[in-house]
Write a protein that binds this ligand. Structure first.
Ligand code: FAD
Length: 317
């Protein structure tokens, strides 16, 4: 019979695998569940702000972190976790094929796209309406496309789209976009990009494919705005339902509330990366939080006694 895991990490993005690397180094018995290895960062073409690497693609960064984690004795399950329950002072982590017991759990489940929530968005999903420029931008060579949003991610998406599209409009509800200064400058200097400020998209229309967005105020004299595609980049929603069902405290946005040691309100439960309530969400900050979580888990495992049951498979033997 095997002992329970010291740490189970739920989520296989850059934060989950960085935490797994650290946990492996600290000789915690560690498993990581990754529904999809790499997570959000693999959807961006260029990362220029991860210390140690002047410039690399998001996929390259994720691969480096995963390879680093695999240097240590960790177990990887390419599966989606369906539930996390408390058993004694331990936790049962269940997926379709596994039911494992852990002394501590780290949620690094990240986020999903926030939808615009306007008529036509669902109807034209993948028929002009998209959420990832790297994935779908190449379909729009020499076309006119829009990006909804004003964050750094939105600016980066717009810059990437200029590789294919002949014109890119950033449609933003406020006066000024709030990208990193270097990306704001790149947007301003790129002749293919035009910002339409103080404007909302209220509907998406078309035939078989979308062909126009309806704006809440006229642009060039009309609220009907011809576009071949619209990329929606208005933020993300934390994937915190598993944690919430366990009783982990979340803020109004659904993000898991943590302290600087990545601890949640429940003993032995940690959160890091985009699923957490830190205001600034980047790969490097998330990775740092993941490392803090592992250090907290290490202390917790070594300073407590546990009454973990064996997993179900072992109980039947
Ligand atoms: C367009 C864009 C550009 C960006 N550019 C940069 C940049 O240049 N530099 C930078 O530092 N950051 C950048 N970011 C932000 C960066 O991508 C995120 O901060 C980072 O990827 C967060 O990592 P994470 O591991 O917390 O979450 P994620 O990357 O979202 O990973 C979470 C993982 O958990 C998995 N998961 C979720 N639920 C479960 C479950 N129940 N069971 C198993 N697995 C599960 C998901 O499938 C996913 O693989 C960018 C983001 C976007 C959208």
């Amino acid at each position: 019979m095997t002992d329970s895991y010291d740490l189970i990490i739920v989520g296989g993005g850059c934060v989950g695998f960085a935490a797994a690397m650290y946990a492996g180094r600290m000789q915690l018995r560690t498993a990581i569940f990754a529904e999809q290895r790499g997570g959000t960062i693999i959807l961006t073409d260029v990362v220029e702000n991860y210390p140690g690497f002047k410039k690399l693609t998001g996929t390259e960064l994720a691969e480096k972190i995963i390879e680093h984690a695999k240097e240590y004795d960790i177990e990887i399950f390419d599966e989606k976790v369906a539930s996390v329950e408390k058993v004694g002072n331990c936790y049962r982590v269940s997926s379709r094929n596994q039911s494992l017991i852990a002394k501590t759990v780290l949620f690094a489940t990240g986020t999903i796209w926030r939808k615009l929530g306007v008529p036509g968005e669902e109807e034209y999903a993948n028929k002009g309406v998209h959420y990832c420029a790297l994935c779908d931008g190449a379909f729009y060579k020499d076309k006119v496309v829009g990006v909804v949003g004003g964050s750094d991610s939105a600016a980066k998406e717009a810059l990437l789209l200029t590789q294919w599209a002949k014109k890119v409009y950033i449609i933003y509800r406020k006066e000024n976009i709030r990208a990193e200064p270097i990306n704001t400058k790149r947007v301003a200097e790129n002749k293919k990009i035009e910002i339409i400020p103080n404007t909302n998209v209220v509907e998406i229309k078309g035939g078989k494919f979308m062909n126009r967005a309806i704006l809440d105020k006229p642009y060039n004299g009309s609220t009907e705005f011809s576009l071949d595609a619209l990329f929606i980049e208005i933020g993300h929603i934390a994937l915190s339902d598993l944690a919430k069902n366990l009783g982990v405290a979340c803020n109004q946005k659904g993000e898991i509330v943590t302290n600087r040691a990545a601890e949640t309100n429940l003993p032995g439960i940690y959160a890091a990366g985009d699923v957490g309530d830190a205001p600034f969400k980047q790969a490097i900050t998330g990775v740092g939080e993941g490392v803090a979580a592992v250090f907290s888990a290490f202390e917790y495992v070594n300073n407590n006694t546990f009454d973990c049951p064996k997993d179900e498979k072992e109980e039947q033997e």
